[in-house]
Design a protein around this ligand. Sequence first.
Ligand code: COA
Length: 150
Amino acid sequence: MLVRKFNPNDLKRVHEIESMSFNRSYGINMFQQLYDMGVGFLVAEEEGYVIGYVIFWIKYENQGHIISIAVDKNYRRMKAGTQLLVKAISILSLLRLDTIYLEVNENNEAAIEFYKSFNFKVDRIVPGYYDNGDGAIVMYLHLNRAKVSG
Ligand SMILES: CC(C)(COP(=O)(O)OP(=O)(O)OC[C@H]1O[C@@H](n2cnc3c(N)ncnc32)[C@H](O)[C@@H]1OP(=O)(O)O)[C@@H](O)C(=O)NCCC(=O)NCCS
């Protein structure tokens, strides 16, 4: 498995993975716009086939933010998500940020377990954060406690 920078040839696959992973969809144009804005955007590739992506950026001077991460359903529990997040955390660590934040749907047990496996902690719950009324759990990771390998 290879983790590399996103390029616009990956747009269609990234959008497919997003569509199978979330009820709501940012859509292809949003991915293009995020890329044009210069956010961190990585994909995981298995034998030339894109199987997952992560998008991240610096929200405030000292805070990283995971915007989105998803892995193709057929390739889950094979550590693609781990490799993507490890790489994103490594890059954000190089930028000397203090903390990484993210929001996760309170009903998304797989993702919550995934983030806990990285030592992300619960910061707070934001009721009604998502369009369908679901709440979000805000999680954070202090970078000096991050897992940056494996
Ligand atoms: C969350 C997601 C990205 C994880 O990707 P993945 O490649 O399957 O995760 P990994 O194989 O790297 O899993 C690492 C660890 O996370 C935890 N984990 C991952 N999926 C899990 C699940 N379904 N149930 C419980 N724990 C889970 C486990 O501790 C796992 O280690 P293990 O397999 O050795 O037990 C993937 O489930 C996904 O794309 N979900 C849909 C999109 C989504 O919810 N994104 C997050 C939005 S905030």
